[in-house]
Design a protein around this ligand. Structure first.
Ligand code: ASP
Length: 330
């Protein structure tokens, strides 16, 4: 048994506005990250697989309206939600993903079913939903994904006729603090520059790694736009021989850099450490094409790294029997 079992998660990266941050908002984020890490930690402590730990962590992050995935996802240019998710098992290199789903409550569970029960890897739109329905997954009305803050942010993006990365700082700063109707509180990261995708990576006690990533994409994105998140190798990758990686950031650049796989490839072909490989991708290679964001990664020895090239990233990690560590700022 591997005693280095560990789970790491992220909930988006961006620029920090300490001035506009309330202590209670910051506490909300730490509490949410802590709860998700504890749940993943329990799976690992009980001898569960890394695959189970990352799907459970991402499912919980999707259900939490603080993050841009599942409930609380951003709006498309048409005022709808289109969700993407992917999951990969490092012990088999099996993978599953869905993109542009609109009514599946937990896209990560649909991705998991694709991994386990389909000969294919990636399903899109109607086909993905038909597959999810046949698998008996829970469906919700589109309003389920609505939050007032994301809706205001979409209206602002629409007025400016641009696509916007996750939240808009000005609208959220002007928003009332969280209520039952609007559970999204003021955010400690400048939402103009925040990427709210969620993700998890884990190493289990059996020595296997897995990765999972889920997102609503970018605000006011064109209908049908797909980012890095559901693309194996770009937003998600896992291989016991190297590492497991989940990314968040400007998706188009992460796709062009094949960012998640590049971390694994550098370990395999350049024989560098997890830390060195991840650092090179996030701090050297992505910035060359203006790629902003970060990633979380673990290797089969239990090394963990959480680099980002923005001013902050919601993140944390937890080892069995230890208190979870959560952080937002650099
Ligand atoms: N990478 C995501 C996308 O481009 C956005 C994010 O990380 O928030 O869809």
């Amino acid at each position: 048994m591997n005693s280095n079992a560990v789970i790491a998660i992220h909930g988006g990266a961006g620029t920090i506005l300490r001035a506009s941050m309330s202590a209670s908002a910051e506490a909300d984020y730490h509490a949410a990250l802590h709860a998700v890490l504890s749940a993943g930690q329990r799976v690992l402590a009980d001898g569960g697989s890394a695959l189970d730990a990352v799907s459970e962590a991402v499912r919980l992050l999707e259900d939490c309206p603080l993050f841009n995935a599942g409930r609380g996802a951003v709006y498309t240019a048409a005022g709808t939600h289109e969700l993407d998710a992917a999951i990969m098992d490092g012990s088999t290199l099996d993978a599953g993903a869905v993109c542009c789903v609109t009514r599946v409550r937990n896209p990560i569970l649909a991705a998991r079913r694709v991994l386990e029960r389909s000969e294919h890897v990636l399903f899109t739109g109607e086909g993905a939903e038909a597959f999810a329905a046949a698998q008996g997954l829970e469906f919700v009305e589109p309003e389920y994904f609505h939050t007032e803050a994301r809706h205001r942010q979409w209206q602002l993006a629409r007025a400016q006729q641009r696509a916007m990365l996750d939240h808009d700082g000005a609208t959220l700063a002007a928003a009332p603090s969280s209520t039952d109707d609007d559970p999204t509180p003021h955010e400690p990261i400048d939402p103009n520059r925040k990427f709210g995708t969620v993700g998890a990576v884990a190493l289990d006690q059996h020595g296997h790694v897995a990765a999972a990533t889920s997102t609503g994409g970018v605000t006011n994105k064109q209908v049908g736009r797909v980012g890095d998140t559901p693309l194996i190798g770009a937003g998600c990758y896992a291989d016991d021989a190297t590492c497991a990686v989940s990314t968040t950031g400007s998706g188009e650049m992460f796709m062009r850099m094949v960012a998640a796989y590049d971390v694994a490839a550098q370990m395999a072909y350049r024989n560098v450490s997890l830390e060195e490989a991840a650092h090179d991708v996030v701090m050297n290679r992505l910035p060359k094409i203006d790629g902003r964001g970060g990633l979380v990664a673990v290797d089969a020895r239990g090394n963990v790294t959480l680099p980002f090239n923005t001013e902050g990233m919601y993140r944390g990690f937890a080892r069995i029997g230890e208190t979870p560590v959560t952080a937002i700022y650099r």
